[in-house]
Ligand binder design. Structure first.
Ligand SMILES: C[C@@](O)(CCOP(=O)(O)O)CC(=O)O
Ligand code: SF4
Length: 394
């Protein structure tokens, strides 16, 4: 791989051990995947923040690094709401470790906003053809597919390395030829809302990491595409998808229809809603995987208006989104639901204590059983709220 004289110096350790380690990681990945050079990236999103997932070894690795990131960089969700962790039933020992992780990242100049939806935040609005280094798989999918930006599915360490160096290796989804669809997904019915998460869940199970192009009967909204991509990346390993006539590259590039076809029928979508249907009543309801947008908060606020929920319900979102919309937060919390920031149902240890959870996310449906050891049921947002046990206040 070609390196500029400056990059060579970094690799030789002239700018310190941390930058040297960072560029070593980027060069090693570049060599494995046949990159020709390093390219500048506009922003980094770094996974591996929850103490639940990275533990002491992760904390030690981050704490040992020195220097400052060269590009706007942000964190994936942590294991707790940084302000209201006590209310979430988080153990103070866990909270202390979590704070240490966040401080170690902050020392490197990384913004300590913890979210999987950086594209809703100030300074992280990427556009078509921008090169970035993001790691949370739903954020990667959204950036690549819905926005048309370019990122590989970085691991925590490689995203952090890209943040420190300001560059990434030029391979994979940074290249035009890797972004071409190779399989056509033909959906035989109209879908709405959580059906799109169910579609991602179904297709993800068979598609592996191939790039699909969807042929749909109706056009999904951006929130619906967010759910589709998150589920495709969780039950499968899809980092980029296209939708004929909808997503920016499908519109611009007019791809030829791949010969390989995955047909999807309504019954397959309906089956997702049947998962664990023997669970009569879930103990907790969680929405916001990926973190809720303003429109999703608005929808939830409307649905819970004048109602009192009987069970624990979390609405996960980015702190910045919550802070920009205090009225929506207040309207949601009036019902008894909690607007939870900086974390989520998957990476927080505080959902582990429940036996069952209802979710409206195909990604959460795929991850909650394995990462939280909690049985998960799938429902639309309306049914999630019904499941929370509603009493009308009027
Ligand atoms: C499950 C996930 O959304 C969050 C947990 O990842 P981590 O703890 O940030 O590495 C990661 C992913 O799917 O990329
Ligand atoms: S809310 Fe979902 S998409 Fe976001 S970090 Fe948690 S598991 Fe990943």
């Amino acid at each position: 791989m070609y390196l500029t004289p400056e990059e060579e110096k970094t690799l030789d350790g002239e700018y310190g051990r941390s930058l040297q380690k960072a560029i070593e990681i980027l060069v090693a990945l570049g060599d494995i995947y046949g990159a020709d050079k390093l390219i500048p990236v506009k922003s980094a999103q770094i996974a591996g923040v929850s103490y639940k997932t990275i533990g002491d070894a992760g904390l030690e690795w981050i704490s040992d690094l020195e220097g400052k990131v060269k590009i706007p960089s942000i964190l994936n969700p942590a294991g707790m709401d940084i302000v209201r962790w006590d209310e979430m039933g988080i153990d103070p020992v866990f909270a202390k470790k979590q704070q240490e992780i966040i401080e170690a990242y902050a020392k490197l100049g990384i913004q300590t906003k913890c979210t999987c939806t950086p594209y809703y935040l100030e300074g992280f609005n990427v556009t078509l053809d921008d090169h970035i280094a993001w790691s949370e798989s739903s954020a990667v999918s959204y950036a690549n597919s819905v926005i048309g930006a370019r990122t590989n599915r970085e691991g925590g360490p490689s995203a952090l390395s890209a943040a420190l160096v300001g560059k990434t290796a030029n391979y994979g989804y940074h290249l035009d030829e890797m972004r071409e669809p190779v399989v056509a997904v033909e959906v035989d019915c109209e879908l709405s809302g959580s059906d799109f998460g169910a579609l991602g869940y179904v297709v993800g199970k068979t598609i592996g990491s191939r790039v699909p192009i969807f042929y749909m009967k109706n056009e999904p909204s951006k929130n619906e595409m967010k759910s589709l991509g998150a589920a495709l990346a969780a039950s499968g390993a899809v980092a980029l998808y296209h939708i004929e006539g909808v997503t920016p590259e499908a519109v611009r590039n007019k791809f030829t229809r791949p010969d390989d076809i995955i047909p999807v029928e309504r019954t397959q979508i309906d089956e997702v809603y049947e998962t664990n249907k023997d669970i009569q009543s879930s103990e907790i309801i969680t929405v916001g995987c990926p973190h809720c947008s303003v429109e999703e908060l608005e929808e939830i606020a409307g649905l819970v208006e004048g109602k009192k929920l009987q069970k624990e319900m979390w609405v996960c979102t980015a702190r910045e989104v919550a802070e920009r919309n205090p009225d929506l937060v207040q309207r949601i919390e009036k019902s008894g639901a909690k607007v939870v920031c900086d974390t989520c149902m998957v990476v927080s240890p505080s959902t582990n204590k429940y036996a069952s959870m209802t979710v409206n996310s195909g990604k959460a449906l795929a991850y909650v059983p394995s990462m939280c050891k909690v049985a998960a049921k799938y429902a639309s947002i309306e049914d999630c709220i019904n499941e929370a046990g509603v009493v009308d206040e009027n």
